[in-house]
Write a new protein. Structure first.
Length: 284
């Protein structure tokens, strides 16, 4: 039977051997870290909202005067655990503005007064938040030896064993769930409903032997290493056909609508005068 002293000596040798091994591995490893959790969470939440709204097709309501009732959206997204409210820009206001954009793009005429509307569109938000987890491949940090030596009188206190990881991955995700239905303002009869629209977004950070992070996910549009993009995403929305889009218009991209205000020819009298010093332009 081993004595307490022999057991202690073996623990000491094990501790020094483990520390030497950690130093040897650390000499070959890199080190990287990111501190952008607030920005990442905001991007995740807004991307989840955008992906959800993109699934809604409001074209059946085109040409109607619409009042958007946001009573049941107003309390969504007010607090993110661990993120101070002043730093959280993705609230119910973002959802409301996204819905208004999608309605307008479908040819609906938004009105600010319920009495002036033909139809009332009532929106609700079932989910808007973030989640995350991390996985470490290696030895977790522990203070077993330092606790054991503290019990024995007259022995030096050993430091806690640090985390020794071969690889590490942190995963963050966000989800949004939104629904809209429309009814006649006067008769209260149902007219249309969008169905439940739900979507999510993700962000992954990976370290291997301390080198990283390798960043991937829906909010990055490709792969990035320590914040710098080195491989574009294989999924390109440029190839998407307009027939595949819910509203017939890509919600995420620039689009110029055929509006009479922009198509009017400017009166020559309204053209700006050209100064004498501009010799490259014809003066009028």
């Amino acid at each position: 039977m081993l004595s307490l002293k022999n057991l202690f000596d073996s623990n000491i040798r094990y501790s020094f051997a483990l520390a030497a091994c950690a130093c040897s591995v650390a000499s070959l490893m890199g080190c990287g870290a990111t501190k952008s959790f607030t920005a990442t969470e905001q991007l995740l939440m807004s991307d989840a909202v955008d992906s959800t709204i993109t699934k809604m097709d409001f074209r059946p309501l085109s040409g109607q005067k619409i009042f958007l009732d946001t009573t049941y959206v107003a309390a969504a997204g007010k607090v993110i655990p661990g993120v101070p409210m002043p730093a959280n820009l993705v609230t119910s206001d973002y959802i409301i503005s996204a819905l208004r954009q999608q309605l307008t793009a479908a040819g609906c005429m938004l009105v600010d007064n319920r009495e002036a509307a033909d139809l009332v569109c009532e929106a609700r938000c079932g989910a808007l938040g973030t989640d995350g987890h991390s996985v470490t491949y290696g030895l977790p940090a522990n203070n077993f030896l330092s606790t054991a030596t503290a019990v024995l009188p007259g022995t030096p206190v050993l430091p806690a064993i640090p985390e020794i990881s071969v690889a590490k991955r942190e995963m963050k995700s966000a989800a949004a769930k939104i629904a809209v239905f429309a009814y006649d303002r006067e008769t209260r009869e149902p007219v249309w409903q969008s169905g439940i629209a739900q979507a999510g977004s993700s962000a992954r950070d990976t370290w291997v032997l301390g080198v990283g992070p390798l960043q991937q996910g829906s909010i990055y549009g490709g792969s990035r290493f320590a914040g710098k993009k080195f491989r574009p995403s294989s999924m390109s929305t440029d190839q998407s056909s307009t027939s595949q889009l819910a509203n017939g218009i890509d919600y995420r991209r620039r689009f110029l609508f055929a509006n009479q205000i922009l198509s009017k020819e400017k009166d020559p009298a309204e053209a700006p005068l050209v100064t004498e010093r501009d010799s490259s332009t014809t003066k009028r």
